[in-house]
Design a binder for this molecule. Structure first.
Ligand code: HEM
Length: 389
């Protein structure tokens, strides 16, 4: 089942609620939405961490921390306990201890704080021999990569997402404050999607090339999502966890501007208007890689992004949760990919795209990082607790 199908129901319910309120609101001219979206919260506890299997929030900041010299397993345990406590409160709309602006914590706006571990953190707790082989920098993709240190690596990732950027700023400030004795900020990447209220729930986002992005993702809540993303792992700290690849990909809008609409659609294999395959059908349909035109050429060309990204085998699936960026550093996509098995699911796709992908003419990876996303948190536990047992 695709995301459209899943969220179709939610959208219908939302429309019904708004429709009912609108009758009363029409007379007063008041806002038709009875409940501000900022009051919504996402459960922090569970088998999996929050912030992955859900409709993505409008804003997201990724914060990669670097552990300070001498920070050992006992200190990391204190750090994770502190940050878990902050996250637990903030995501429920409650102010953490010693929050001097508690009013800013009162609007959770679907805030989630998702923790990821880099190799140095795992090594500091368990020893270098126990760091999973896949947890480290990706192979170098010489044909495409122009990686910069300032967007790469990291020991502890905090993925902080919400529908309200004020909520994120406040959460980040408190998390950084409590981490300060143990770690310093290595990089921060702020991204956005459509504002929460500007589209119907479940509408796929558009990236800054204007493309509908995320169509082929498995729907949150589906069996397919479960298969693609969550790990069954003999290591308790990773059981119910996943892996995350973050790639900061610069997009050259000036040269993209030189491409006509047909060329743009050909480079992907999906239509700009609605994200439907160029082989026909609706946005929720899969692309037909075999379809040929009247001259016998495949409609979706050999270098089209979806052809290169889509494997013949069903194992190579990933869940993309990208965010746009557009700031003084440039314009692009903070590409985030979750997958249970990084080596089997992600690496073959990335290798094929590095070798050949029409999109490479306009895109340049400038940052790269890999994190282990540990299992979910118990109500009386802390993130990554099982690392210490
Ligand atoms: C700035 C860089 C990128 C842009 C603008 C981009 C854009 C798109 C678009 C528009 C689609 C079609 C709609 C959809 O299914 O979401 C798509 C599909 C896809 N992309 Fe990307 N993409 C980028 C980078 C990547 C990277 C780095 C990977 C993986 C290493 C990747 C993997 C995929 C996959 C697996 C699909 C689905 C193919 C299918 O099964 O139909 N993309 N991308």
């Amino acid at each position: 089942m695709k995301r459209r199908a899943l969220f179709g129901g939610a959208a219908a319910v939302g429309a019904a609620a708004v429709g009912g309120a609108a009758l009363g609101a029409a007379a007063t001219g008041a806002n038709a939405d009875p409940e501000p979206t900022g009051t919504r919260s996402v459960p922090f506890h569970g088998r999996h961490q929050a912030g992955i299997e859900m409709e993505p929030q409008a804003h997201q900041s990724l914060l990669a921390l670097g552990l300070r010299d001498g920070v050992d397993a006992a200190a990391i345990r204190r750090l994770l306990t502190l940050l878990t406590d902050d996250a637990r409160r903030l995501t429920a709309g409650r102010a953490p201890l010693a929050d001097l602006e508690p009013e800013l914590a009162a609007v959770p706006a679907r805030l989630t704080v998702t923790f990821g571990f880099g190799p140095a953190l795992v090594a500091a707790v368990r020893g270098a021999a126990r760091v999973p082989a896949w947890l480290g920098p990706l192979p170098e993709y010489r044909t495409i990569d122009r990686l910069e240190e300032r967007w790469s690596g990291g020991d502890l990732l905090l993925q902080v997402a919400a529908d309200d950027p004020t909520t994120i700023a406040h959460a980040l400030r408190l998390l950084v404050r409590d981490a300060r004795a143990f770690a310093s900020v290595r990089w921060r990447q702020d991204g956005f999607r459509h504002a929460a209220s500007s589209h119907r729930p479940g509408t796929a986002m558009r990236n800054l090339f204007g493309q509908v992005d995320g169509t082929a993702n498995e729907a949150p809540g589906s069996a397919g999502f479960d298969r693609v993303v969550w790990r069954d792992d003999p290591e308790p700290w990773l059981d119910g966890g996943t892996t995350l690849v973050v790639r900061r990909i610069a997009m050259n809008l000036d040269t993209w501007d030189e491409v006509g609409r047909e060329g743009r659609e050909f480079s992907i294999g999906r239509r700009l208007a609605d994200g439907a395959p160029t082989t026909g059908g609706r946005a929720s349909d899969d692309v037909d890689l075999e379809a040929v035109d009247e001259r016998g050429f495949t409609v979706i060309g050999p270098s089209a992004h979806v052809r290169r990204a889509r494997a013949g085998n069903d194992r190579q699936r990933i869940f993309r949760r990208g965010y746009n960026y557009d700031d003084a550093s440039g314009t692009g996509l903070i590409f985030c990919s979750f997958q249970a098995d990084l080596e089997r699911q992600f690496l073959p796709i990335q290798a094929r795209l590095a070798e050949q992908d029409a999109l490479n003419a306009w895109t340049t990876p400038i940052g790269s990082a890999v994190f282990a996303i540990p299992a979910g948190v118990r109500p009386d536990g802390f993130v990554g607790e099982a690392l210490f047992t």
